[in-house]
Design a protein around this ligand. Sequence first.
Ligand SMILES: Nc1ncnc2c1ncn2[C@@H]1O[C@H](COP(=O)(O)OP(=O)(O)OP(=O)(O)O)[C@@H](O)[C@H]1O
Ligand SMILES: [Mg+2]
Length: 424
Amino acid sequence: MAEVVLENVKKVYGKNVVAVQNFNLTIKDKEFVVFVGPSGCGKSTTLRMIAGLEDISEGTVKIGGKVVNDLKPKDRDVSMVFQNYALYPNYTIFKNIAFPLTLMRVPVEVPVTDKDGNVTGVKIKTRKLTSEEIANKVGEAAEILGITEYLGRRPRELSGGQKQRVAIGRAMVKDAAVFLLDEPLSNLDAKLRAQMRSELIELRKRINTTFIYVTHDQVEAMTLADRIVIMKDGVIQQVGTPTELFDMPANLFVGEFIGSPKMNTFKTRLERDEEGYFVELCGVKKRIGGVRGEALAAKNIEPQDVVMGVRPEHITLSNHEDKEAIPCVIGVRELMGSSLHLHVKTATEEELIVCVPTAPFTLAQIAKLVTGTRIYLTFDSKSTHFFNEETKVNLLVEDAPVASSEEKQQKQEEQPHKKWRRIS
Ligand SMILES: Nc1ncnc2c1ncn2[C@@H]1O[C@H](COP(=O)(O)OP(=O)(O)OP(=O)(O)O)[C@@H](O)[C@H]1O
Ligand SMILES: [Mg+2]
């Protein structure tokens, strides 16, 4: 159990590949922190620097108050689970889990005596664990992970999920202060991933230690983390609870990365008159009142070009009588069970995704929402997000890092819009 502190950590591979920079983070004792971000953003590099498997180019890493930059991995009191769980194929599951314990030495106090045999003090020596101690620890880990009955088998006789549990067990028996996991579920199919995700939540309650977990899957991040660290190009974009990241993304990158389906975005202009803020969206004037309007006013945000974001689950069906409702035509519909995902197009050729919960509707009503149907959409202004058009920074977040989505813009420019029929 320990706090982990990273101060101005930087990693440069070779002469000029900057993999991580300006990394500042304090992970509290027993906290479950998830590093998330797209491929190549520096998640594994950061984790490996904490583990001691990668040199730290600049800055310091502290574990339990001690700077560990120059300590070997085995002296850092960390335990790591890798993506490719690398079990020893010829060892039984018991021996695979026991392996780190056979290398472990524990301190023992040995009495120091003078020449007359009187005890004058104690000396600390180390000894190996006994077979009984090893068997107890392996048994305990196997019990927690539900793999007791497989201890006599070899890895090839286990399923992917069971092998994954063995790898976690092998890391667990070390009783390390910090548990590091690098994409531990990425080799599993969707169903097993979901199952292992809930098992990890349970496991976390039982082994009360500090967890740092790397994934590129935002669902894993949202479901497991106390706090999420979202990274892009080696730089932290935002640190916060899943709810904070979802409700108040620091920039457009975070807004679009967190949440599925992705946040809808519109290029528009945030305007202000004597009644307050408003935007013109797909030919419809939409007032930004409520908490968002108040927050914009409190910061005295100037009218400006913005990218406005609204999440698919925050858009609702309305009707033509609603003056602020946006008329759309349904393109593709995907029935997901508890919700219906509608890909729609507005009169101004904007494409949106809407998640409509199915529960309030009858089957006959849902059956009417088919391709080509005209619908009216609305949303509450409290669910809107405003990012500066140029910097892509959330207008309501202080000191948010600038992370432009140039690649995305370029792609959009390369792909001219398919023409859809206009709705009058
Ligand atoms: N040994 C290395 N030598 C040179 N560059 C490296 C090395 N390892 C990683 N990199 C580079 O550092 C950057 C960060 O890599 P890292 O493996 O930390 O990314 P990641 O976020 O874990 O990605 P993924 O989700 O694909 O695992 C990448 O641009 C990568 O190409
Ligand atoms: Mg990685």
